[in-house]
Ligand binder design. Structure first.
Ligand code: ADP
Length: 703
C-alpha cells in the first residue's frame, strides 16, 4: 500500500507529531509512505511536490511548531481541472491512501477529490494522460482526515490539533498581563483567535479568572452594558485589575465586530478605567506544541496509519473523546460544522452553543459562577473542602471553583488547612481565592493523613457532625479515594495526582502539567547532547507503580523505550531492547531517551539500566541518568489541568448537594462522570496503588 500525508490550511502545533506518527507507523507496517509538501499546492501542477519518506525524515520534528511539510492555500485545487491534475499526480506516484491534516476547508477539498475520483480517471484516460491499466489499479482513493485547527471549531471532536497549545500561549500571556494589570489598577482587553468559535476565549477566561468574555456564540443585546456591569462588580469587590477576553469573531447583534478597541472605548468612556488592548495574533499559533498536542496527535497519527493500512473505506475523520480516538463520518462532521457557522450568521445562537458540546456549556456555567460575588446571602448548608495526599498543579483551580460555586449556590464553604489532619486539629481557613488558579501546588496545604482505623473514622465522623458539615469534597489521589471509602456519606472525590493512578477516571488534575514538565525537560536533555552525540539518557519519572505518566511522557517526548511496573521487564525483553537501541544507533540515531517509572523493581531502576545498556552498547553510546524528581510536581498548572479542576469540582459540589452516595467525580471520554465509590474501589489495586483495569490506555509506539 502507498500512503500519502499532507498538511493543509492554517498551520497548527501538533501537526508534526501527527505526520511523524503516520510516517513511522505506516513504515513499520510495511507500507510505502509519501509526503505531499505545501498542502494541495504540492499536489497540483506539472511538478508535484511528493517525496518518499523514510523513518529518519521525521526525526527531531515532534517538538517543532508549525508543519515541516509546509502548508498553503491553493486556489487551483478548488477548480475541477486542478483536482484532475491532483488525481493524475497521485496515480503516477502510486498513492492509494491519503491522510489529510487540516481544517474543515481542507477536509471538504479532500472529500471533493474523492467524490470526483472516477470522473477524473475517465477523463485522464480519454485524454491519454493515464493508461486504462493505471486507472484500473487506482479505482478508488482512501481518505482519512485529522483536524488541525487551533480554534477547536470542528463538530464531533473534543479537541482539534493545536488548540491545547494555543491555550497554553493565551494563558501564559494573560497570567503575565494579570500581574502588571494588578500593579497599576488597569483593565486589559485581550483579543484571542477564534473567528467562528469562542472556545479559546471561554476556556482561557475560565483558566485565568477573566472578569468578562465576549464570544461569537453569546452576543448580548446590550453588550456594552454587560461588560460595564461585569467590571463594576469587580471594582465593587475591590479587585485591582480587570481582564476582558474577546474572541476575534465576536459580533454584536447587528453583525458588527466587537473589537478590542471598541471594548476599550466603552470601558474608558463609561467607567473611566485606564484600559489597554492586546491582540495576541499569531503568537497563539506558534511555538513548541504542548504535551497534549504531542501525545494526542501521535495517537491520532498512529490510528490514521492503521486505518489507511486497511485499504479504502468510507472517508473517516478521526476525532477525540478524551484520550480515545473515535471515528466520525468525515463529511458529517464538516456539514455539522458548517451548520454551526450558518446558525451563528442567522442569529440562532443557542443552536451554536448546543453544538459545541457539554464541555462548552459547563465552562459557560463555570465562568458565571466563578465571577460571582464573594458575599453569601443566606447560608443553607456547610460543605467541607480538603486535600488528601501530595500536592498537584491545578488544586488551586479546584479550590477556587469550590469556594465560588458553593457561595454562588447560597451555601458556606469550609476549607481545611493542611488536609484532613488539619481539619481534625481544628484548622480551617477562609482563603482569598482571587487569582489563585495560576499558582502551583496548593495555597491551603495538604497532608497525607486520613482516618483509617475504626476509632479514627468514628472520631472523624463525630467531628463532622459536631461541625454540622453537610457534605465533603476531597481533592487528592489514591488516598482521597481510600479516605472517602472510610467516611462514606455525602462525599465526592475529585482526583488530583500527577501520576493519574486513580481508578474511575481517564485523567487526574495535575497529570497534564507533569507530562508537560517531563516533555520540556527531555527537550532540553536532547539539546544538551547535540555537542556530545551518541548519548542515551535514562530519565526517571514519577508515578510509582502506575506507569501512566511515563507512558504519556514517552509518547510526548519521543522516548525510544519506556519501562513501567505494569509491564515487568524480563531478561528476554531487555536483550531485545538493547539490540534495538544498538541497531538504531548504527542506523544514525545520535540521542536516545529511555523513561523509567520510579516504581519499577530495583534491578531495573534507571541507574542500573543505564550501566547495563552502556556495557552492552560496545562503545556505540554513552549513558547519563537524570532523575526529574519533584520538579514534576511543581509549576504553574497547565490550561488542561485548570479546566479539568473547574469542571470536576463544579460537578462534585452538585453531587454532594444532591445527597447521593459517595462518589468519585472523574472524566470518561471527555465527559464528566460520577461513579459510586464502591464501584471505583472494586477496581482499585490497593497494594500497587493503581487501577486494576485502566481506562487510560495509551497506544504503544516505538519511534
Ligand atoms: P482550513 O483547512 O484550515 O479550513 P481553507 O479553508 O483555507 O483552510 O482550506 C485549505 C485549502 O483546502 C484551500 O486552499 C483549498 O485548496 C482547499 N479547499 C478548501 N475548500 C475547498 C472546496 N470546497 N473544494 C475544494 N478544495 C477546497
Amino acid at each position: 500500500m502507498a500512503i500519502a500525508v499532507l498538511t493543509s490550511g492554517g498551520d497548527a502545533p501538533g501537526m508534526n507529531a501527527a505526520v511523524r506518527a503516520v510516517v513511522r507507523r505506516a513504515i513499520s507496517r510495511g507500507h510505502e509512505v509519501f509526503a505531499i509538501h505545501e498542502g494541495y499546492a504540492g499536489l497540483v501542477g506539472d511538478s508535484p511536490r511528493i517525496t518518499r519518506m523514510a523513518s529518519t525524515d521525521v526525526s527531531h520534528i515532534l517538538q517543532l511548531g508549525g508543519t515541516v511539510l509546509g502548508t498553503a492555500r491553493s486556489s487551483v485545487f478548488r477548480t475541477p481541472e486542478g483536482r484532475r491534475q491532483a488525481v493524475e499526480n497521485l496515480v503516477m506516484a502510486g498513492i492509494t491512501q491519503l491522510v489529510v491534516i487540516g481544517g474543515d476547508g481542507s477536509l471538504t477539498g479532500a472529500d471533493c477529490l474523492r467524490e470526483e475520483w472516477n470522473e477524473h480517471l475517465d477523463a485522464l484516460v480519454a485524454d491519454g494522460r493515464l493508461t486504462p491499466t493505471q486507472a484500473e489499479k487506482h479505482a478508488t482513493i482512501g481518505l482519512v482526515g485529522l483536524v488541525g485547527s487551533i480554534d477547536n471549531d470542528l463538530w464531533g471532536t473534543d479537541r482539534t490539533i493545536g488548540c491545547d497549545t494555543a491555550l497554553h500561549r493565551i494563558v501564559d500571556a494573560v497570567d503575565t498581563l494579570t500581574s502588571t494589570a494588578r500593579s497599576h489598577q488597569r483593565s486589559f482587553v485581550v483579543e484571542v483567535m477564534g473567528r467562528r468559535c469562542g472556545f479559546l476565549a471561554l476556556a482561557a477566561g475560565v483558566c485565568c479568572g477573566a472578569d468578562h468574555v465576549v464570544l461569537p456564540e453569546r452576543p448580548a443585546e446590550d453588550w456594552e452594558g454587560e461588560v460595564c456591569a461585569a467590571l463594576r462588580r469587580s471594582q465593587a469587590l475591590g479587585r485591582r485589575k480587570s481582564i476582558v477576553l474577546v474572541a476575534e469573531g465576536a459580533k454584536d447583534r447587528n453583525g458588527q465586530p466587537i473589537t478590542a478597541r471598541r471594548l476599550q472605548r466603552v470601558i474608558e468612556r463609561e467607567l473611566e478605567i485606564e484600559t489597554r488592548t492586546t491582540v495576541l495574533g499569531h503568537v497563539q499559533r506558534g511555538g513548541t506544541p504542548s504535551a497534549y498536542d504531542r501525545v494526542q496527535s501521535t495517537t491520532l497519527g498512529i490510528e490514521a496509519a492503521d486505518v489507511a493500512s486497511g485499504g479504502p473505506e468510507a472517508p473517516v475523520l478521526l476525532a477525540t473523546a478524551g484520550p480515545s480516538v473515535v471515528h466520525v463520518p468525515l463529511m458529517r462532521a464538516v456539514r455539522k460544522t458548517l451548520e454551526v457557522g450558518d446558525a451563528l450568521r442567522d442569529g440562532r445562537y443557542q443552536v451554536a452553543v448546543n453544538a459545541r458540546g457539554p464541555e462548552f456549556m459547563e465552562l459557560l456555567a463555570a465562568h458565571s459562577a466563578l465571577r460571582a460575588s464573594d458575599v453569601t446571602a443566606s447560608v443553607q448548608r456547610r460543605l467541607l473542602f480538603a486535600h488528601v495526599g501530595a500536592p498537584a498543579p491545578g488544586m488551586n483551580a479546584a479550590l477556587r471553583t469550590f469556594v465560588r460555586t458553593v457561595k454562588a449556590a447560597g451555601h458556606l464553604p469550609i476549607v481545611a488547612s493542611e488536609g484532613l489532619r488539619g481539619f481534625f486539629n481544628g484548622n480551617t481557613v477562609e482563603p482569598d481565592v482571587e487569582g489563585i488558579s495560576s499558582l502551583g501546588a496548593t495555597v491551603v496545604g495538604t497532608n497525607r493523613w486520613w482516618p483509617s482505623s475504626p476509632e479514627e473514622v468514628g472520631w472523624f465522623k463525630r467531628l463532622l457532625k459536631s461541625q454540622r458539615i453537610d457534605g465533603v469534597v476531597l481533592v487528592g489521589g489514591f488516598g482521597a479515594l481510600q479516605a472517602a471509602g472510610n467516611l462514606k456519606g455525602p462525599v465526592a472525590v475529585v482526583p488530583a495526582t500527577i501520576s493519574n493512578n486513580v481508578p474511575g477516571t481517564d485523567a487526574s488534575i495535575g497529570c497534564d502539567t507533569a507530562v508537560n514538565a517531563i516533555c520540556e525537560a527531555v527537550d532540553r536533555l536532547k539539546q544538551s547532547a547535540i555537542g556530545s552525540r551518541n548519548r542515551v539518557f535514562f530519565v526517571e519519572v514519577m508515578g510509582r507503580r502506575c506507569g501512566y505518566l511515563a507512558r504519556a511522557a514517552g509518547l510526548g517526548s519521543g522516548a525510544e523505550l519506556v519501562y513501567t511496573d505494569e509491564q515487568p521487564l524480563t531478561l528476554g525483553r531487555l536483550e531485545q531492547d538493547v539490540r534495538g537501541l544498538n541497531a538504531a544507533m548504527d542506523a544514525g540515531r545520535t540521542v536516545g531517551i529511555v523513561l523509567v517509572a520510579d516504581g519499577v523493581a530495583p534491578p531495573f531502576r534507571a541507574g542500573r539500566l543505564a550501566d547495563l545498556f552502556r556495557e552492552a552498547s560496545d562503545g556505540r553510546f554513552d549513558t547519563r541518568v537524570c532523575v526529574l524528581g519533584h520538579l514534576q510536581q511543581g509549576g504553574r498548572p497547565s490550561p488542561a489541568d485548570r479546566l479539568l479542576a473547574t469542571r470536576l469540582t463544579q460537578a462534585a459540589v452538585s453531587r454532594v448537594l444532591s445527597g447521593e452516595p459517595a462518589a468519585l467525580v472523574g472524566i470518561e471520554e471527555g465527559r464528566v462522570k460520577a461513579t459510586e465509590l464502591q464501584a471505583v474501589l472494586s477496581d482499585a489495586d490497593v497494594d500497587a496503588r493503581r487501577p486494576l483495569s485502566s481506562r487510560t490506555v495509551l497506544p504503544t509506539f516505538t519511534p
